[in-house]
Write a protein that binds this ligand. Structure first.
Ligand code: ITT
Ligand code: NA
Length: 186
């Protein structure tokens, strides 16, 4: 089976292909663009999926993700894309200068919709620590800053396959894939 993934982010597509492979789901990537309302991940994903499914006339998934840092009141959170493009990782490290509690979460919400049905959402979360400097050249965006719980290497130091084993995206896509198998067979 196939699912259409609407995103402007090639890294997400590659990760999704790796994760969906073991569920026998093929990914078709379309960079359609969709209105990203400002709000909670779940609302952005729901609204984006519904809009894209209607315009494209077929079932789609979209994803809204972000890095949520506890000591910064969960900033950048829903502002993650804007903050990555402006402050960048060095800006985040400045904000975290001398901050002891370095707990953070990556969160991913997959939105699924068809032209006719109400959207569904699927959550994935991974906890970890903000590193004291950028580490590693793998991955993208915030990956060199994030050391997942129980590991000493950052997402930037893990291969795509290693990150895919337990990332926020792994969990949200797996939750979706399990649900989708039933949905398709109905
Ligand atoms: P879309 O077209 O799918 O929206 P995007 O890159 O804008 O792609 P998001 O809004 O979901 O994606 O992501 C918000 C920000 O968080 C953005 O700067 C991403 O690059 C970054 N981000 C998302 N997932 C990440 C991950 O797994 N590792 C590192 N950074 C990530
Ligand atoms: Na986005």
């Amino acid at each position: 089976m196939t699912i259409t993934f609407i995103t402007g982010n090639q890294h997400k597509v590659k990760e999704a292909q790796g994760i969906f492979h073991q569920f026998n789901i093929q990914v078709e990537h379309i960079d359609l663009g969709y209105p990203e309302i400002q709000g909670e991940l779940i609302d952005v994903a729901r609204f984006g999926a519904e809009d894209a499914a209607r315009r494209l006339g077929r079932p789609v998934i979209v994803e809204d993700a972000g890095l949520f840092i506890k000591a910064l009141n969960w900033f950048p959170g829903t502002y993650s894309a804007y903050v990555q493009d402006t402050l960048g990782n060095q800006g985040i490290l400045k904000l975290m200068n001398n901050v002891k509690d370095r707990y953070a979460e990556f969160r991913s919400v997959i939105g699924f919709a068809t032209p006719k049905t109400e959207p569904e959402t699927f959550l994935g979360v991974v906890g970890g620590q903000i590193a004291h400097q950028e580490k590693g050249k793998h991955g993208f965006a915030y990956d060199p800053l994030f050391i997942p719980e129980g590991h000493s290497l950052s997402f930037g130091e893990l291969t795509r396959e290693e990150k895919n084993e337990f990332s926020h995206r792994r969990q949200s896509l797996e939750n979706f894939a399990q649900w989708y198998k039933d949905f398709i067979s109905k």
